[in-house]
Design a binder for this molecule. Sequence first.
Ligand code: ADP
Length: 519
Amino acid sequence: MRRILPVDITPERFERALTAFGAIVGKDWVLDDDIDRDAYADAYALGDATTHAPSAAIAPASVEEVQAVLRVANEFGIPLWPISRGKNYGYGGAAPCMPGTLVLDLGRMRRILDVDVRRAYCVVEPGVGFFDLYQFLEQEKLPLWAPMPGNCIGSVLGNALEHGTAYGPHGDRANNFCGMEVVLPDGELIRTGMGAMAGADAWHLFRYSYGPGWDQMFTQSNLGIVTKLGVWLMQEPEAAMELRMELPDEEDIGWVIETLAPLRQAGVIKSQVNIGNFMRYVMGSSQRDDWYRGEGAMPEDIQADIRHQRNVGWWGLEIMLYGYREVIEAEAAVIRRAFAAQTTNEFTTRLWKRGEPRPPFPHYGVPISFPLRIANWISPYGGHLGFSPILPPEREPLLAQLRRSRQMFRDYGFDFYGGFTLGERHVTVVNMLAYDRQDEDMVRRGRELLLALMADAKSRGYSEYRSHLAFMDEVAQSYDFNGHALARLNNKIKDALDPQGILAPGKQGIWPARYRKQG
Ligand code: ADP
């Protein structure tokens, strides 16, 4: 990919800035050839990847280097896009929102700084991946389990900042970190929570400290570069139980969610519950051609055949329980009783007890990456992108949403991969779109479908919690109470903290004054 620069940066200015960056991070860590740019581009781009092309990348090795980089970026007005491991697949990967932004790759800052077994936390730098953390805990034989997402190729820190979800009781990632270190756009170094006090011992134990809490301001944001994060872990439980059920009908999702929601709210179930349609499993373990070679969405009879051949229901439900054996057994009994009032189907269960080998799944704190395979569903040049609105855990809105999404997927000619993740009081609806990046017509239809899904959800009072770079403005626009008062607040804070507008322009729809469209 050839070099693209921001509209207001001349090539001469950029060259001078790169030389200055090289003096900080070392010439070898200025990544400025076409292959480097390809490596930082969005591998799953729905359309032209140059829409979000990086100009180049630089990779500092320490907090001091990050601070020095910010000083130079302010001096030359060079916009930076910080990434931790850059594996944010489905949301833009390592690529920046605004073309020509320089990627600030923090992957070399990869230390696990502290692991405290009694207090059950770790402190990580941005480059620490889920695999790194798992290996470290295993090698050191530490009885701690880390929250693992469905695909664990990314970083522990980046996933928490992006409001990711994971298995285990600390799976609501943005709600289970504690204490940050942040470099502000002007290069100032701060620590949040109790860490704001020099020599703090309780930095990673209590989130609020004294006065306003700033931590969430640095998640899904372009207001600072997070260089350390305290992450809550689970002490190895005495036992873990997996409860699974296949549900035959599409409409089963209504009663299932209404049965689960009170159990989740009451704390009988303490971690996220995943419900995925059969396509979730099929896309991760086969290719479309294995089943169907026609155009448009797969016909219903082929879908029924898939379920029959794979011996799965319309939905697969999985619930995880962790803790003391007696407590888990009691919780499982309560869950079974609630389900028995609705269905004659039984749960299949797996009980793991401390001392046994752990099943190799993220449910047990063990990382995996094979779900990446869904990108290959249609072609080796595939990609995927999600539409994920937040809904209440109630039958009517969920079924209505499901019916409309399914119909829209069909109308635009896509196979429907749907899932629901039940949080404490909400459901994250996952609609996954898999496509062939080289098929122009499919790419066009994919974009239209996503925009149609967003508009449809918005008209019913719902919106997304996360989005691909290409749709950040659209999603931000949907938060429009009082004439977009939230956007005005975001802009005020952005301009106050980052007057030169150098940090991640456009992230989450927040643009610095310098690049902001008027009106
Ligand atoms: P992953 O952990 O999946 O590899 P990324 O490194 O791609 O995640 O990060 C996802 C997004 O989160 C980035 O595009 C960026 O907007 C934001 N981000 C990641 N790391 C940081 C950080 N250390 N400070 C501020 N924002 C970050």
